[in-house]
Design a protein around this ligand. Structure first.
Ligand code: MSP
Length: 642
């Protein structure tokens, strides 16, 4: 058994209805980490499950005229089906109705009571039923629940309390001595400033107002507060407080609890304090990721604006959906899901870049060499650049994955994919193939392409397991697809026979598909350009854009177009620049001549209605559907803008 271990968890989900794409987001991320660590040789425990107790479930079951257990059983089956579809490789699925869990929670409650960390009192406060949380007046936002924004009701109950206040100082000290405990950093400050510094009050940990939960053994009219019950899953799933604690001994403390940002508070205040009281080690990291939003706000079953991952997987394949979730939004931030963004990603990255590379390469080896793997000989002046990038990508992917930066890891991996496509253009195999004397060069080019594809397939495995497997099946069944093989070049043996691959991600016809998708996911029918506002770029990316002030010295309408004006700009570079701009519905030429505008000066030239445009002028899309050019006052032409 490997001596390195890795324990990762998702939150356990409420089986109060169908899960949506937001829930898949956390689980796909956790699955990617679990697969990555397994490939690195870790003994991995990946836990997910369902959080089945509480008033909300009791009420839903009553409304459906069934028992809570029957109600959740059906939903849990659906959740497991969904994880199967999304290729989630969990090692254990815990249900808080599992007898072993219930028993262990009772033991935990008893222990804390016996040692005085839980005591009996009475509770008066403001209760949010959907969140099952009591709040104090000062914690409310606009007199409503700070988590979900709904009404809270005054409530009073005889109850048991956990002595949270006793542990506040120890908790703060733990944060200080373990700077990686809460990630991203901003969430830590939020916990300290909004919750701990204002003073932690003891937490009410039992309920008597409903009965669907785990009874307190020594006072049966009380049931254990659902968050105490739920948080304990991370250790009860390992056999804590059972007869067999071998898994607990091996895997606790957890390496990462992945949670959405709204439940960071439970995981970084209540959970560590429970563990301190139990005298157990604390998890190494709690990572609070952002939300997947729709333009209209957070997805929610009650608003009826959820996006169903099952439908998307059926239409585009599981790996396309996994890719979108992991690539589109930096993990710590919120991001907007739109149908347009999904289709654009599939078309540009998967169909164009990855899919094309795989099908072109395997088709060419078949066309030129009947699928037989050609020689490894040095082929072209471009080899070294390709090989050094291919062998360096592992390290950058690892660095990003270790920081849970899934999007950056994929950006790096897709840079290699683009580089490899460029290598095809540079070496032009179809030209080499016309000249028999160039056969050895062609053979080397083909080898380099197949070998880079092998490396790409390994690095792709944690993210897109099916696609990676399909590539490997085409390259042949050899022991060369291990993680540690992904920074070595030249492992593909000469006995390989490459199978031609069908396009793995067929290109989607954007307009037609968007129309279909908008009727399935109406909440996600946002304009593609809006998505740009939520993905983050680094300062280096921004620095690539050259902006310069330029004076409009001439202007004329473009004859073949209803919208375009042809502008001649003086940017003080010594030669004039022509730019075509779609602003004629809003501007006449005389409004523009003599004005200074901002131009993106290093944009690739494009021919628009017969005019070669060398750049783009900046303008604002205003809420009243007009476009306003950004004019500069008192800035000389030629000034660089940053
Ligand atoms: N049962 C609790 C967790 C207990 S863990 C000891 C719970 N369940 S939940 O089903 O409501 O949410 C589970 C997870 O899904 C949370 O981490 C939540 O942030 C995440 N998401 C739910 N909707 C989401 C999005 N729209 N986007 C991203 N994640 C979202 O909370």
């Amino acid at each position: 058994m490997p001596n390195k271990k890795f324990y990762i968890t998702t939150p356990i989900y409420y089986p109060s209805g169908k899960l949506h794409i937001g829930h898949s987001y956390t689980t796909v991320a956790a699955d990617t980490m679990a697969r990555y660590k397994r490939m690195q040789g870790y003994d991995v425990m990946f836990l997910t499950g369902t959080d089945e107790h509480g008033q909300k479930i009791e009420e839903r079951a009553a409304a459906a005229n069934t028992t809570p257990k029957q109600f959740v059983d059906d939903i849990v089956d659906g959740i497991k089906e969904m994880w199967k579809l999304l290729n989630i490789s969990y090692d254990k699925f815990i249900r808080t109705t599992d007898p072993e869990h219930e028993h262990a929670v009772q033991k935990i409650f008893e222990k804390l009571y016996e040692q005085g960390d839980i005591y009996k009192g009475s509770y008066e406060g403001l209760y949010c039923t959907p969140c099952e949380s009591f709040w104090t007046e000062s914690q409310l936002k606009d007199h409503k629940c700070p988590d979900c924004g709904r009404e809270v009701k005054p409530a009073k109950e005889e109850a048991y309390f956990l002595r949270i206040s006793k542990y506040a100082d120890r908790l703060l000290e733990y944060y200080e001595t373990h700077p990686d405990f809460i990630q991203p950093e901003s969430r830590k400050n939020e916990m300290i400033n909004n919750f701990i510094k204002p003073g932690l009050e003891d937490l009410c940990v039992s309920r008597t107002s409903f009965s669907w939960g785990i009874p307190v053994t020594f006072d049966k009219k009380h049931i254990v507060y659902v968050w105490l019950d739920a948080l304990s899953n991370y250790i009860t799933a390992l056999g804590y407080a059972s007869e067999d604690t071998s898994k607990y001994d091996r895997f606790w403390p957890a390496d990462i609890h992945l949670v959405g940002k709204e439940i960071v508070r439970f995981h970084t205040i209540i959970w560590p304090i429970m563990l301190m009281a139990l005298n157990l080690e604390l998890p190494k990291k709690v990572y609070g990721h952002g939300w997947l939003l729709l333009e209209g706000g957070k997805m929610s079953k009650s608003k009826g604006n959820i996006v169903d991952p099952v439908i998307l997987c059926e239409r585009y394949g599981v790996d396309a959906i996994r890719y979108f979730l992991l690539r589109e939004i930096p993990f710590g931030s919120d991001g907007v899901f739109t149908n347009e963004a999904l289709i654009s990603r599939i078309n540009s990255d998967l169909a164009n870049d990855l899919g094309n590379l795989a099908s072109r390469t395997t088709a060419m080896v078949n066309k030129y060499f009947d699928g037989l793997i050609p020689s490894k000989k040095q082929a072209s002046e471009f080899d070294n650049d390709l090989i050094s990038m291919a062998t360096a990508t592992k390290q950058s992917v690892e660095k990003s994955l270790d920081n849970l930066e899934f999007s950056t890891a994929l950006v790096d991996l897709f840079k290699l994919i683009s580089r490899t496509n460029k290598y095809i253009d540079e070496t032009a195999p179809w030209i080499l193939a016309k000249d028999e004397s160039k056969k050895p060069i062609l053979s080397g080019v083909m080898y380099n392409l197949c070998e880079t594809l092998r490396i790409i397939s390994i690095l792709l495995t944690p993210f897109l397991p099916y696609t990676a497997k399909a590539i490997q099946e085409s390259l042949g069944d050899f022991d060369i697809y291990n993680w540690e093989d992904s920074d070595k070049f030249g492992l593909l043996p000469d006995t390989a026979t490459i199978k031609k691959m069908a396009p793995i991600f067929p290109r989607i016809e954007m307009e037609k598909e968007i129309e279909a998708l908008n009727s399935i996911n109406p909440g996600a029918s946002t304009k593609a350009e809006n998505i740009a506002t939520i993905s983050q770029i680094s300062i280096d990316d921004f620095a690539k854009v050259e902006l310069v002030a330029a004076k409009v010295v001439a202007c004329e309408p473009v004859k073949k177009s209803k919208k375009l004006l042809k502008l001649t700009l003086d940017d003080a570079s010594g030669s004039l620049r022509t730019v075509a701009s779609g602003i004629s519905p809003w501007y006449k030429c005389e409004d523009l001549i003599g004005k200074t505008v901002i131009v993106v000066s290093n944009l690739k030239p494009a021919t628009l209605c017969g005019v070669e445009s060398n750049g783009m002028i900046l303008a604002a899309d205003c809420p009243d559907d007009t476009v306003k050019v950004i004019f500069l006052d008192s800035i000389p032409a030629g000034s660089k803008i940053r």
